[in-house]
Ligand binder design. Sequence first.
Ligand SMILES: Cc1cc2nc3c(=O)[nH]c(=O)nc-3n(C[C@H](O)[C@H](O)[C@H](O)COP(=O)(O)OP(=O)(O)OC[C@H]3O[C@@H](n4cnc5c(N)ncnc54)[C@H](O)[C@@H]3O)c2cc1C
Length: 404
Amino acid sequence: MTVDYHNKTYDYVLVGGGMGAGYATLGIREHDKEGSILILSREDHVPYERPALTKKLWRDEEFKVEDTKIGAEEEENVDFAFERDVVEIAPKEKSITLDNGDVVLYKKLLLSTGGEPRSIDGPEDDNVFTFRELDDYLKLREFSKKDHHVIIVGGGYIGSELADSLTQNDTQVTMVFPQSQLGEEMFPEELLDEYNKIFTSRGVNLIIEKKAERYRREGDQLVLELDDGEEITGDSIVIGLGVDPRIELAQRAGLETANDGVVVNESLQTSDPNIYAAGDIATYPDQILGRQRIEHVDHARNSGKQVGAIMAGGAKAYTHTPYLYSVIDDLSWEAIGTLDPSLNTMFDHREDGDIVFYLDGDELKGVLLWDVEVDLDDVREVLDNPPANKEDLIGLLEEQEQEE
Ligand SMILES: Cc1cc2nc3c(=O)[nH]c(=O)nc-3n(C[C@H](O)[C@H](O)[C@H](O)COP(=O)(O)OP(=O)(O)OC[C@H]3O[C@@H](n4cnc5c(N)ncnc54)[C@H](O)[C@@H]3O)c2cc1C
């Protein structure tokens, strides 16, 4: 259905049709059943859960693409403009301009534009992609099979989850990254062997301490050139080098930005009171951790839902402290706060896993739950009010029954 939104005024315009916008729609509708909503997206899909792209869609046969939908499309009075780019915001006029020249007016505007994936040099190629969107999943799913070799550039958690999922689906995987082990930038030394063995035991070829510089096509193969001159040949290349938050729109509109993010107050409001920001791009004041910009799903869901409620007048502040998580094979980890292994780490060994406390001097900065289930509110409480004697952290967090 084509919607004529040119020169129309909406109560809520959501720029970016990803996770933040999806949850914001649900948050608005909890408090305002009728207000008109327009969701503008570069993608050609209604808002969906991105984490499923590296996990459930590969690992659970019952779980289908349809199940990833957040549900914004089921709400009344919501228009969508797909494959559209917002190119300009005019805060004084309370309007936005689209790449086709259309102008839309808003009463309240949400920016949740996520991050732009980093890449390396090389020609456009159907078999080379960053892995951020549903279309990337659909493409790779079609390619993945026994005699297909996927090279993953980067050793972050998205590339790692994908390596695990691809090998579970009979695809050959090589990973190239500059660190000496996977997980080195987050986890303490003591956990790295266990973590890396998950990948090597699945047959993932780990090429360590090397950076990918560029790629080229040779016949039906792709050739990845590394910084020491080595070349690796494969059928597909997935570039997983993280993202740069998309904040140029906000910058050009004169909104305050800092630390690569759009600065918001506790109500997720930018320096313009009619414009809000949520998800990956928002630099917000966290009640426990201080000012943060968090590129994780728990934050996208909660800041999205809450900003919707706030825009609709049903809530005042965003008070949630988000956690991050990942699942690789049988291992699942969760964390709140800073995971920086150059800090002091203190282990609380449990029967099936570990709790790791990250300390800067005496200050507790982060908590990692390594295959241990603990109520995350208990973790938040410990971060907010840590015991005076750090030794008392050991045994403090009570475990919950693991779900089968
Ligand atoms: C494959 C994958 C797996 C992940 N797994 C996990 C996980 O296991 N655990 C975890 O904690 N986090 C995970 N994340 C991170 C999490 O999904 C993100 O933090 C979350 O999606 C951020 O939501 P957002 O709304 O800020 O941005 P996004 O969901 O990225 O949405 C942004 C949208 O805005 C659109 N857009 C951008 N600019 C414009 C414009 N000018 N005009 C119109 N549209 C625009 C983009 O095309 C995109 O559709 C994962 C991310 C990916 C990609």
